[in-house]
Design a protein around this ligand. Structure first.
Ligand SMILES: Cc1ncc(COP(=O)(O)O)c(C=O)c1O
Length: 377
């Protein structure tokens, strides 16, 4: 990839753009050629040499950690690699220093990921599932906290409506109250420009399957360094320790004093290397430019839906995600018709969800809008 890639260069990295108008990044992002090559390179090493040299192993991990950190304005040692979002949420929640009967507030509209993790892994903690949708997040929390509230768990972007939380005031309010903020970021990171220095959170869990173009089994958990000392040490293991070589197992080196302690064993180097390549594409183009292109395409979709009087369920005001969703009467017919024309979106709960990425074009959006208008549904 050249240093200043244009949209045509970027589209060449995503072969899916040759065959489909792909507007389903909130469902599943397509793998880039560079990520594919990275995976293949790792598999060749496994095939021909069985393993990486230790230097190569650690430098791949370190490079990828720095790249993930750069994407969200974090420091590398604040990043733990995980296979998916759920595992990141799990590590965050089980490591909170909670006592029996402490409470956590969980956004009721989360994707099932956060709900399941909270419901089944914190038996002694009171869980309060509270609606946030359409409301000011700080007011919601103010109305529901008690003296026992210790954490608030939210999806940054609601997976169906695309409603995006105004996280900054929530972050400020919770920090004042000394309440942990745990965020599921998978529907935001890669689509919006997010920086933990501007909007501090305690934890941000993110899989790569969507806006980070899908390398299998690769994701991350960001842990704000101010929490390192306070956390319990659950979900750690022999590779959560600073091990200089794999020759001497007679002494147990101490755990890393940071987020790396939560990577317990052998890592998914192919997935992590591929994730690094995908994030590099975003960083080379510039995350601000990525986000503003997505917003431009989303605005075109919104305008088109408004002109045709479709019911749009994505709020027009407030912070904007990459998702726009409509609720037409005959959603499944429109969905099938678009699919037959190689236009990929998602059908969820009777709604049609559109989620363009930065390499989609105005022409593609206009084409899709025209196909919907002429569908007479
Ligand atoms: C908000 C949100 N969280 C989590 C997930 C998926 O979780 P995981 O990465 O653990 O499979 C999805 C979608 O699949 C989602 O939309």
């Amino acid at each position: 990839m050249n240093e200043n890639p244009g949209i045509d260069d970027i589209r060449k990295l995503f072969p899916i753009t040759k065959n489909y108008i792909y507007l389903n990044h909130a469902g599943t992002g397509p793998l880039s050629i560079l990520a594919h090559q990275a995976i293949e390179e790792c598999l060749k090493v496994y095939q021909n040499y069985a393993e990486f040299t230790l230097n190569e192993y650690f430098s791949r991990l370190q490079d990828a950690r720095s790249t993930v950190a750069e994407l969200i304005g974090a420091q590398p040692e604040e990043i733990t690699f995980t296979p998916n979002t759920s595992q990141g949420l799990y590590i965050a929640l089980i490591n909170l220093p909670l006592k029996p009967n402490d409470e956590i507030i969980i956004m009721n509209e989360t994707f099932p990921a956060a709900r399941y993790v909270a419901k089944y892994n914190l038996p002694e903690i009171e869980k309060m599932f509270v609606p946030f949708s359409g409301q000011d997040a700080v007011s919601v929390v103010k109305n529901n906290i008690t003296s026992r509230t210790r954490a608030v768990v939210v999806d940054y972007v609601q997976f169906l409506s695309g409603e995006m939380l105004d996280l900054k005031p929530l972050s400020t309010y919770l920090a004042e109250k000394d309440i942990y903020l745990v965020v599921d970021g998978i529907q935001a990171i890669g689509a919006v420009d997010f920086d933990v220095k501007k909007i501090p959170v305690d934890f941000l869990a993110c899989g790569s399957a969507k806006w980070l173009f899908r390398p299998p089994g690769a994701g991350f958990l960001y842990i704000n360094r101010k929490n390192f000392k306070k956390l319990r040490k659950i979900h750690t293991g022999w590779l959560g320790a600073n091990r200089e070589n794999f020759e001497n197992f007679e002494v147990d080196p101490p755990l890393f004093p940071d987020a790396r302690m939560f990577e317990p064993g052998t890592r998914n180097i192919p997935g992590i290397s591929a994730l690094k390549e995908n994030i590099n594409i975003l960083l080379k183009f510039g995350m601000k430019r990525v986000a503003s292109r997505i917003q431009h395409l989303k605005t075109l979709l919104r305008r088109g839906f408004e002109e045709s009087n479709y019911k749009i369920i994505t709020p027009a005001r407030g912070p904007q995600s990459g998702i726009i969703t409509i609720k037409p009467e005959k959603a499944s017919q429109i969905f099938e018709k678009l699919k037959a024309q190689k236009i990929i979106i998602s059908l969820r709960n009777g709604c049609l969800r559109f989620s363009p990425h930065f390499y989609n074009t105005e022409e593609e959006i206009n084409y899709v809008l025209n196909r919907i208008m002429e569908s007479k549904f």
